[in-house]
Design a protein around this ligand. Structure first.
Ligand code: KG4
Ligand code: ZN
Length: 335
């Protein structure tokens, strides 16, 4: 039987990535991170598109050459169609179209949020269906009931900011560089999570809201800094630990409710924030307490990467789900 070799491209935000999957096995995952945004304290869309244009061909070249295959061995080209930044998506989509056309092979469009979840099928242990996945990234916070590889239902999501944004905005208020999530995590390890209390936003059903905590941290710091100009430097670890504790508590409250209501004990987390050590620890505590089986992808498959796009593309290939050359990106693509 002919091998199924797929080239996958990810360019939805500020990571340019390419991966080759062969018969469902990931052969590599090449990622070029864009450092150009650091000095602006956030991703600048126009700069992201330009950096994708510079990085894309070298990254794809490396993926194909290190996989030990020739272009002619490719069965399909896959790309992230959305959600993401329009200009960034456009670079990946345009390249994928012309490359597939020149090789005379099919194109596969992939939903980035579905791919974050399918990253769980790259390595063992793999969750069994149905499972609930809490997808937590810089742009999204979703509770998803996963019924099959390509059958997913959003059962809860944030109505405003994503939890990654709450981490990054807190970090910015504390004077930490972008993206601040990993630094909040690092300081939090040394701090007391009960040192300060921040309000928990209560949303109906399984939905979330993370915009309130950003304002709460802003006012809290403004008041404390009036009394003590060194308040942040003196209490960095306690502030980070307390904010992180509140964010994790909000995430876990709805995750517990979702698991109970849907009678599911297979629980997964995905997306950049699933790298957070406090979140991982709390998930493991709950696993013991509630009899959950929990799944956390390897760090390199938590943040944006093309291996997860390749995994999703593999399942779409098996079902014959291809797209035409007239496909265009969708910035707000729904799951
Ligand atoms: O999935 P991702 O790489 O990109 C998006 O699709 O958004 O997620 C990036 C987000 C950023 O907000 C970043 O600060 C956050 O994930 N993040 C973390 C940690 N590592 C990455 N947040 C908290 N703790 C971490 N260890
Ligand atoms: Zn992502």
């Amino acid at each position: 039987m002919k091998n199924i070799n797929i080239l996958a491209i990810e360019s939805s935000c500020d990571e340019t990535s390419a991966s080759i999957i062969s018969n469902g096995k990931i052969l590599n995952n090449i990622v070029a991170t864009q450092s150009v945004h650091e000095k602006y304290g956030g991703v600048v869309p126009e700069l992201a598109s330009r950096a994708h244009q510079q990085h894309l061909i070298p990254v794809i070249h490396e993926a194909i050459s290190t996989a030990g295959i020739a272009r002619e061995d490719l069965s399909a080209v896959a790309f992230t169609r959305g959600p993401g930044l329009m200009g960034s998506l456009m670079v990946g989509v345009s390249f994928a179209k012309s490359f597939a056309y020149s090789l005379g092979i099919p194109l596969i469009d992939v939903n980035h949020m579905q791919a974050h979840i399918l990253a769980h099928f790259i390595d063992e242990p793999k969750p069994s269906f149905p499972f609930i996945c809490l997808t937590v990234s810089g742009g999204h916070t979703q509770l998803v009931l996963v019924k099959d590889y390509l059958e997913m239902e959003v059962i809860g999501e944030t109505l405003d900011d994503a939890v990654g944004e709450a981490f990054d905005k807190t970090a910015k208020l504390l004077g930490l560089p972008y993206p601040g999530g990993p630094l909040v995590d690092k300081y939090a390890k040394e701090g007391n999570p009960q040192a300060y209390e921040f309000p928990l936003s209560e949303m109906p059903g399984l939905n979330y809201s993370f915009s309130g905590i950003k304002t709460a941290v802003l006012y809290f710091l403004r008041d404390r800094l009036k009394e003590d100009a060194d308040f942040i430097t003196r209490n960095m670890a306690d502030i980070c630990a307390s904010v992180q504790f509140t964010l994790i508590k909000m995430l876990m409250q709805k995750l517990k409710r979702a698991a109970r209501e849907h009678k599911v004990k297979e629980i997964a987390i995905a997306g950049g924030v699933s790298a957070n050590s406090g979140l991982r620890a709390e998930l493991n505590n709950l696993a013991g307490e509630l009899g959950w089986k929990v799944y956390v992808p390897k760090f390199e498959y938590c943040t944006d990467n093309a291996a997860m796009i390749a995994m999703a593309a593999h399942y779409r290939y098996l079902k014959g789900e291809f797209c035409g050359l007239d496909v265009s990106p969708i910035a707000k693509m729904k799951l």
